[in-house]
Design a binder for this molecule. Structure first.
Ligand code: HSE
Length: 404
């Protein structure tokens, strides 16, 4: 039987969940995978967290140097979040020949290349199933199950906090701030929830998913980003009356003209599979040239769903013979098209209706006027992003949302 020694860096929500799952499944994993996965040490300053899990003090080690120097440790699983000290700790572990498992999407989006290089130096690998769509095995599916395809399109609901907020605003008419507080209480939101509601978290995840899917490095800073902070009840009412559901989508396409990648709210037709993904659930809708359309669905955040993906990576790291490498993660980032096409809904004060019609006509844009009581709403036919931005600048809508 292969024995693997595990170091857990941090015993926060997901670190604790991972410890619990590893304890509970240890015997089963031995039987099924012939692997004895044993937590040999943790790094955690708050000793009460170790006490709460009955982890003896002898297993709470002093620092990353001790972990890197120990031949008892084969895999280092990181739960700090953020890039400091996670980047330095994980690079050191990789250079010391330890495989690394992480759910840290920000770290990967910002420093994947450096971690890859450290891994090559130490002949070790980085595993990150838990970084995107939480417990749903999308990374493994993109890497290991779609070799017979060119992946053409990805549409993801990849942030549980924003999906929870939008769902609650839609179903219960709740106000944005109170639902955000609820997400923080449930442990879905990031330490700084601006990362969720302003769409940064989704750009990190889209950078990882689209890079894997297209085998090209899509840098997160090249992904156009808009969050959900401007969505009003009037927009939700418009969506309901016109057969849509508002979702924060992470979209990437690999077309003949190049790659497009953007994160923003979208009016999703209520009959589309993605429209039924509610609350903290996540989904990734994938289009491959041979398989056609697939959808992966499940919990994208939380202690046990994320811990489930971490444990899967720990076992995968022990059983996988081939070194998993990402040769497309270079400093040569893929050029991302800024001028993608989309149809868009725009909402104005009724008093501005005539001037908006004039502006749209002057630009030769086709549109449909939609009756709403209080506001004037228009749905523009698909136009380029640059034209859309010039219309927004000129007409200053109270709200706007692109259509799927
Ligand atoms: N804040 C993230 C979310 C956690 O809400 O999806 C999981 O990455």
């Amino acid at each position: 039987m292969k024995h693997i020694g595990i170091a857990l860096l941090g015993l926060g929500v997901v670190g604790s969940g991972t410890y619990k799952i590893l304890q509970e499944k240890r015997e089963e994993i031995k039987k099924v995978y012939d692997v004895d996965a044993e937590v040999v040490c943790v790094l955690e300053r708050d000793l009460s967290k170790a006490d709460a899990l009955n982890i003896p003090r002898s297993m709470v080690w002093n620092g990353i140097e001790e972990v890197c120097a120990s031949d008892k440790v084969d895999v280092v699983a990181e739960f700090f979040g953020g890039t400091r000290p996670a980047k330095d700790f994980l690079a050191a572990a990789l250079r010391a020949g330890k495989n690394v498992v992480t759910s840290n999407k920000e770290l990967l989006a910002k420093h994947w290349k450096d971690l890859e290089e450290a891994g090559k130096e130490g002949n070790a690998c980085i595993f990150f199933e838990a970084s995107c769509v939480g417990g749903v095995p999308v990374i493994r599916a993109l890497e290991e199950s779609m070799q017979g395809n060119d992946i053409k399109e990805l549409y993801g609901i990849v942030n549980g906090t924003t999906n929870y907020i939008l769902s609650d605003m839609t179903l219960n008419g709740s106000d944005y701030q109170s639902v955000l507080k609820e997400c923080q209480r449930l442990g879905y939101a990031e330490a700084n929830p601006a990362a969720d509601v302003e769409g940064y978290d989704s750009t990190y995840k889209l950078s990882i998913l689209s890079s894997l899917a297209f085998r090209k490095h899509i840098d997160y800073t090249d992904i156009k980003r808009e969050g959900i902070t401007e969505i009003a009840q009037a927009d939700i009412a418009f969506a309901k009356e016109n057969g849509y559901v508002i979702k924060l989508l992470a979209i990437a396409k690999n077309g003949a003209d190049g790659v497009e990648a953007h994160v923003h709210p979208v009016l999703v037709p209520s009959g589309h599979l993605l429209a039924s993904v509610s609350g903290s659930f996540n989904a990734l809708y994938v289009v491959g040239d041979n398989v056609g359309e697939l959808m992966f669905y499940g919990r994208g955040a939380g202690m046990l769903p994320t811990g489930s993906a971490i444990v899967s990576d720990i076992i995968f790291s022990a059983t996988r013979e081939r070194k998993v490498r990402y040769p497309f993660i270079t400093s040569e980032n893929e050029k991302v098209l800024s001028d993608f096409q989309s149809a868009c809904y725009l909402r104005f004060d009724n008093k501005d209706k005539e001037s908006v019609i004039k502006a749209l006509n002057a630009k030769g844009v086709k549109y449909e006027e939609k009756a709403t009581g209080e506001f004037a709403a228009f749905v523009l036919s698909a136009i380029s992003e640059s034209l859309l931005q010039s219309i927004i600048e000129e007409t200053k809508p109270l709200g706007y949302i692109r259509l799927m």
